[in-house]
Design a protein around this ligand. Structure first.
Ligand code: SAH
Ligand code: SF4
Length: 346
């Protein structure tokens, strides 16, 4: 079985090259090619034919093929459905902000966490993505649009901390000097709250932004919408968050999907404010995207306004997430579901 060469660290590649009797600088040349987005060894024009042939025998270069692309007519946001060599598909979204391009990538095919409002969570889990498959989503978007992506958010399909080793590998590769060189400060990771992994991540001191999908101010509501809360409750989660911000001096973003009549009362806001006291934080309110079959509706504008007012009175900063590409939206997971429904039992 050929190995996945684009998931290798540069030092690992150097070790493999040494075994083949090749100098370290050759490994660096190949590493640079891989991270510039080439899809075949033949594109590596400064590498001899002989070496390219032996690499071809031992390794493969993973690639994300565009299955479908939706372009928003409002703001140029692009949503991609990518497929990998085994036919599995994930979604990714490319957004343009004033400071450059941001790619929102997937880390798993599906998700095990089962959040009741989430299209991905409702579709079950297939497999983890490799580090190279995460890189390939960014590379495919760069190539398709002839751009450089400067920011990454791990907020597509999947729970990044449930695919911890591959995600860490991806983060180190994408930020490496001879790789895409996207600094950790330009990367955000969003989690539903796998507590032991938050501690582990904090101790790595990576300088990336942690987003925590909170979506509820108490265990009663959260356990109903997010099954992970039955394992790690809000107090444990917030303790881990405090540890993260204390250890890294980084502010935590709390995601809060506003669901009409479920978590959007002023009492909920007051409870949330009390809970977040003492944590370096910012709250992102997102009117929930309606996913068919869930029965949830977006909160009314008036409820959102009142919710923010309560938070601000308690000194918690909150913003309503700017919704890009609302015409193509269908929150992550829906595009894949529309393609795989009927053809695949999940
Ligand atoms: N699994 C991770 C990251 C992927 S989900 C996590 O849960 O954080 C990315 C974000 O989209 C999370 O904040 C998630 O809660 C949110 N989300 C999922 N479904 C949504 C929906 N229908 N409307 C609004 N936000 C949603
Ligand atoms: Fe998984 Fe995140 Fe969706 Fe929950 S919200 S099911 S953790 S992708």
């Amino acid at each position: 079985m050929p190995e996945d060469i684009k998931s290798m660290y540069e030092h690992e590649l150097k070790e493999k090259f040494a075994e083949m009797g090749e100098p370290a600088y050759r490994a660096s040349q190949v590493y640079k090619w891989l991270h510039s987005g080439v899809k075949s060894f033949d594109e590596m024009t400064n590498i001899s034919k002989k070496l390219r042939e032996s690499l071809m025998e031992k390794y493969y270069i993973s690639n994300a093929a565009i299955e479908k692309k939706l372009v928003s007519s409002y703001d140029d946001t692009r949503k991609y459905l990518f497929s990998f060599s085994d036919g599995e598909m994930v979604e990714s979204v490319l957004m343009k902000y004033h400071h450059g391009y941001t790619s929102c990538i997937s880390t798993q095919v599906g998700c095990k966490m089962g959040c009741t409002f989430c299209a991905t969570g409702q579709s079950g889990f297939s497999r983890n993505l490799t580090a190279s498959e995460m890189l390939s989503q960014i590379q495919a978007e760069q190539e398709d649009n002839d751009i450089r992506i400067s920011n990454i958010v791990l907020m597509g399909m999947g729970e990044p901390l449930d695919n911890f080793d591959n995600v860490i590998r991806f983060l180190k590769l994408v930020s490496s000097e001879n790789g895409m060189n996207i600094g950790m400060r330009h990367i955000s990771l969003s989690t539903c709250g796998i507590v032991p992994r938050i501690y582990e991540l904090a101790d790595m001191k990576l300088q990336l932004t942690l987003s925590v999908s909170l979506h509820a101010p108490n265990d009663q509501i959260r356990s109903r919408t997010m099954p992970v809360n039955r394992k790690y409750n809000i107090s444990e989660l917030l303790k881990a968050c405090k540890y993260y911000s204390d250890t890294t001096s980084r502010r935590i973003s709390f995601e809060y999907a506003m669901i009409d009549g479920v978590n959007d009362s002023e009492a909920c806001a007051a409870e949330l404010a009390k809970r977040l006291k003492g944590i370096l934080s910012h709250v992102n309110l997102i009117p929930v995207n309606t996913v068919s079959g869930t029965g949830y509706e977006k909160s009314k504008k008036e409820s959102i306004r009142k919710f923010i007012a309560v938070l601000e009175k308690s000194g918690i900063t909150a913003t309503v997430r700017r919704t890009l590409g609302s015409d193509i939206n269908a929150s992550c997971g829906q595009l894949r579901r529309s393609v795989t429904d009927g053809s695949k039992k999940e």
